[in-house]
Write a new protein. Structure first.
Length: 201
């Protein structure tokens, strides 16, 4: 990868000053960020490397994203799309939560574990909504269940709603983690639903 950067550093100053604006420039920068992190890994990722790959100045990147964590978060969304905040209402709490966990698992499958670890290590630089989509969706599912009379929401807390997400992340980040449909069902059946059912008594 060093050879690539050496080759890029030999590009003419005129090429580096190529004027690109708005969404076209954002596309170039985010594609370059994705390619760079895919090539060198998160630990070795630098804004300088991304700028060189994009044939842009570092200041152009820093004006949009103040640090590499926010840049890679944006690059992930540019590449993979944004994980939906809204999920279908099946009329069944277990099925609703299972859909949420499957969606998150499938989304994260497009991200290298090393990148996930890197972002977690710099979590203070990452937008909070990256961590809130799944718990928010589960709270929505719980409220729907309460409206149907399936559970009581009296003791439903953010911690309970976050539990399936936390357990799934553990499996995703573990070397021998199990993210099969059966494992997701076990997370729901063995931990989440018993807490919710206890809360309703």
């Amino acid at each position: 990868m060093t050879d690539y950067h050496e080759e890029q550093s030999g590009q003419s100053a005129a090429a580096l000053r190529t004027r690109r604006r708005g969404s076209a420039l954002d596309d170039v920068l985010l594609r370059a960020a994705w390619e760079e992190v895919d090539s060198v890994g998160y630990a070795r990722l630098t804004i300088e490397g991304v700028a060189l790959r994009a044939q842009a100045h570092k200041s152009v990147i820093y004006r949009r994203w103040p640090n590499r964590a926010s840049l890679i978060q944006a690059a992930l969304r540019h590449r993979l799309g944004k994980l939906a905040a809204q999920f279908p209402d099946t009329g069944n709490l277990r099925e609703d939560v299972l859909i949420v966990l499957r969606s998150y698992r499938d989304y994260v499958a497009g991200i290298k574990p090393e990148v996930i670890h890197g972002l977690i290590g710099e979590f203070t630089d990452v937008s909070r909504d990256l961590y809130e989509v799944v718990p928010s969706a589960i709270i929505t599912a719980l409220r729907r269940a309460a409206e149907r009379g399936d559970i009581s929401a009296d003791r439903i807390t953010p911690r309970i709603a976050a539990l399936p997400d936390i357990l799934l992340r553990h499996e995703l980040l573990s070397p021998n983690g199990d993210t099969s449909d059966a494992s997701l069902a076990a997370i729901i059946d063995e931990t989440f639903l018993p807490l919710v059912q206890h809360a309703s008594t």
